[in-house]
Design a protein. Sequence first.
Length: 177
Amino acid sequence: MLVIRGVAAILFGILAFAVPQAAISILALIIGFYALVDGVFEIGYAVASKNWWRVIPGFLGIAVSVFVAYDPQMAARLIVLLVSAWMVVRGGLDINRAVKRRGSSAGERIGLVGGVLSIGVGVAIAILPDPGTKMIAWLLGSYALVYGTMSIADATSLGRKEAPTERAADRTPAVQK
């Protein structure tokens, strides 16, 4: 199973480098499928528990899945813009924390630089979403290639393990009558 997972990850990694937009679209479809399944189960739980507030996220999940199925390219663009917004907010919070810690350590400067960098990359992705999409796809592709290689290496190392030198039965003292 690890080999299959590894090969699938490597194939996705290659796809992410070769056709970044397709990789992001596939990611959007996976998110849409998850939203559909989660929405159906959420509605089922709401009905079973008579907790009718749970119907709202259920229908929202189904709506997200319909939107993704209708226009996966637009959903992919929205994912890229959400990543951009997340980076800007994260950077702002990092800067805020660094300013509050002013004078306390060298870590404050690292947090400040990290926050500015995060905001800069987030804004760049928002302004230039196509290169931003490519960058996100390449990051995911890099992760998938490394993860896939490690999964295959793990699977092959499992096959090469030697049998234990002693069995548990050999370590158990004999019961005397």
